[in-house]
Write a protein that binds this ligand. Structure first.
Ligand code: AMP
Ligand code: MN
Ligand code: MN
Ligand code: MN
Length: 284
């Protein structure tokens, strides 16, 4: 059974392959009834997604996945249920979008050097006006057969420390939390198991996140093993953080992260959505 609550997914406004309205349509077909669209560092897909959700009678939550730094690492913070017109948040995201642009230029230069022709223009075309991400470069590397798949594109070229990686100093977590809270939203520490951190380091990250005013931690994504849902749920309870759940869907061709496929929260975890300004519909 799919989870009727889906609070982490991507559209063409960043590195997803579906347009925002098609993400909503697919989520509805998958049984999702409460949906947040959370594109990387942009709110550009929200209006279209919100309008589509209204058509389908779904509850829509404004969202974004914000790129931050913590101890020299990139950490993602999912922002939920904020006012999308709030100036501080919009200005902050505009700054991150500029950083994305200059980083894309630098990555493209490095990829040209390893044989990916016309990298920047093609990444821009692929992004169709949305944010350019490393995912777009990965798709081009696969298209040109320089890599077998996206995973290899990251292990060979785009991952941290690899030949086409470009350090980006995003913003401190505290700044992102400030923007989110000034916009009336909730801040979720995204996919804690995706940063290559030890159990100890994850604990430190969660504690720092809570100390900085963070609200919740993503306890389950589509790829979180059942034992890890329990483990991160316990960490949430220990740190006084609420829990969130979302698949991190990008592409219908990726059968391992379908919309609505994040498992439910353990009962002892307080859901982030019970703190939303607008209550979400009761789960039937
Ligand atoms: P960016 O925010 O531009 O650095 O791109 C990060 C995105 O790249 C993530 O949101 C994922 O969608 C994707 N990504 C990161 N690491 C990997 C990986 N090892 N394999 C496939 N995709 C990845
Ligand atoms: Mn992504
Ligand atoms: Mn992420
Ligand atoms: Mn994501």
């Amino acid at each position: 059974m799919n989870n009727p609550i889906e609070l982490h997914c991507h559209s063409r406004a960043s590195d997803g392959v579906l347009g925002p309205a098609d993400v909503v349509r697919s989520a509805h077909a998958a049984g999702v009834r409460t949906l947040a669209l959370t594109d990387h560092d942009t709110l550009a897909g929200l209006d279209a997604a919100r309008a589509a959700a209204r058509q389908f009678g779904m509850h829509f939550v404004d969202g974004a996945e914000i790129s931050t730094r913590w101890r020299n690492r990139t950490i993602h913070v999912v922002a939920l249920d904020f006012d999308p017109t709030a100036a501080k948040l919009r200005d902050g995201l505009a700054m991150l979008q500029e950083k994305r642009c200059s980083r894309a230029t630098a990555i493209a230069e490095k990829l040209e050097a390893v044989g990916l022709h016309d990298a920047l223009a093609r990444a821009q075309a692929l992004a169709t006006g949305g944010q350019i991400t490393r995912t777009h470069f990965a798709r081009l590397l696969v298209e040109d057969r320089l890599c077998r798949n996206a995973r290899q594109a990251f292990t060979r070229f785009l991952g941290t420390g690899k030949s086409a990686s470009v350090q980006c100093d995003w913003v401190p977590i505290a700044d992102a939390l400030h923007w989110i809270h000034a916009a009336g939203g909730r801040a979720v520490l995204a996919h804690p198991l995706h940063y290559g951190l030890s159990t100890n380091q994850i604990g430190n990250l969660a504690r720092d996140f809570k100390l900085a005013g963070g609200d919740a931690i993503e306890v389950s994504t589509a790829t979180t093993a059942a034992a890890d849902v329990v483990r991160i749920g316990a960490l949430a309870a220990r740190c006084g953080l609420r829990g969130s759940a979302g698949s991190d869907f990008h592409d219908p061709a990726q059968g391992w992260r379908r919309l609505g496929s994040a498992s439910a929260l353990p009962v002892e975890v307080e859901p982030v959505w019970t703190s939303f300004r607008t209550p979400i519909p009761a789960i039937g």
